[in-house]
Design a protein around this ligand. Structure first.
Ligand code: NAP
Length: 260
């Protein structure tokens, strides 16, 4: 299948590691020009160099914190200065901390809101004027939009908001030929997942391996997913080959979520 990603301009946020990096790599492999960003200049430049080496694609390395409105405006402006338009916007951010309801004060809730929900609003608002017919917007959420995850109340709450936002945007932007989808990782082997397993292990006084064994037993495919497997789904949704999927909330979870 020809995905039609050759020559597209993509902005993938929070992409020096993990799922964002894997998506940037996949889009670059398919011939897109990709702007990547993260808070650490060293990490984002290292990742840009690695993607260039593997794909020969044009990669723009940007530094910024997506929880900050000014940083988002600057990241979008720098992408436009470089390439003049945005065809594909992939909204991603680091996940909020785990913990029970009573462990979070207003500051923690506001931080999660700014990082995981308001960032999507701001990114779409900044990028939209530079997106034409054929544009694609994707947000990385979580399987928790279908089945909340114990101990992740901040994430569970913000992802639900993102899901509502994206579904509404899909309808509003359809007449402009822009497709909008939410892609939801179940358990994909990244640094974030290691941190979550470690936190669960500490809470329960067991080893991270024991946590992983227990989780894997709930995944019909019997393993954590690889970032590349997630990225291939994202690349399809972001591509011209996807011409009729919009407003979808797609799980990439090896069958983990049991809801219909
Ligand atoms: N992996 C999974 O199975 C899974 C499951 C459910 C949901 N998710 C969600 O999917 C998203 C990506 O997860 P991941 O597993 O890829 O995480 P990860 O391995 O921890 O990578 C996070 C990436 O985001 C960047 N980042 C973090 N906060 C940022 C910010 N405020 N502004 C800009 N960049 C930022 C990090 O770079 P810097 O540190 O350099 O900024 C890094 O490149 C997260 O929201 C996570 O909660 C993941």
């Amino acid at each position: 299948m020809n995905l039609g990603l050759q020559g597209k301009v993509a902005l993938v946020t929070a992409s020096s590691r993990g799922l964002g990096k894997a998506i940037a790599m996949e889009l670059a492999r398919e011939g897109s020009r990709v702007a990547i960003c993260s808070r650490s200049r060293d990490r984002v430049e290292e990742t840009a160099a690695a993607i260039r080496r593997r794909t020969n694609a044009e990669i723009l390395a940007l530094t910024g914190d997506v929880s900050q409105g000014d940083d988002i405006s600057r990241i979008v402006e720098q992408t436009i200065t470089q390439w003049g338009r945005i065809d594909i916007l992939v909204c991603n951010a680091g996940g909020p901390p785990s913990g029970p309801f009573e462990s979070f004060d207003d500051v923690a809730w506001m931080r999660a809101f700014e990082t995981n929900l308001l960032s999507v609003v701001r990114l779409v608002r900044a990028a939209l004027p530079h997106m034409d017919r054929g544009g694609r917007i994707l947000t990385i959420a979580s399987s928790s939009v279908k089945q909340p995850i114990p101990g992740l109340i901040l994430s569970n709450t913000m992802r639900a908001g993102v899901n509502g936002l994206m579904k509404t945007l899909a309808e509003e932007l359809a007449p402009r030929g822009i497709l909008v989808n939410t892609i939801c990782p179940g358990r994909i082997a990244t640094g974030r997942l290691q941190e979550l397993d470690q936190a669960a292990a500490e809470r329960e006084g067991i080893s991270p391996d024991a946590v992983q064994d227990r989780v894997v037993r709930q995944i019909p495919l019997g393993r954590y997913g690889e970032p590349e497997e997630f990225a291939r789904v994202a690349a399809f949704l972001a591509s011209d080959a996807n011409s009729y999927v919009t407003g979808a909330t797609l799980l990439v979870d090896g069958g983990m979520v049991k809801a219909l």
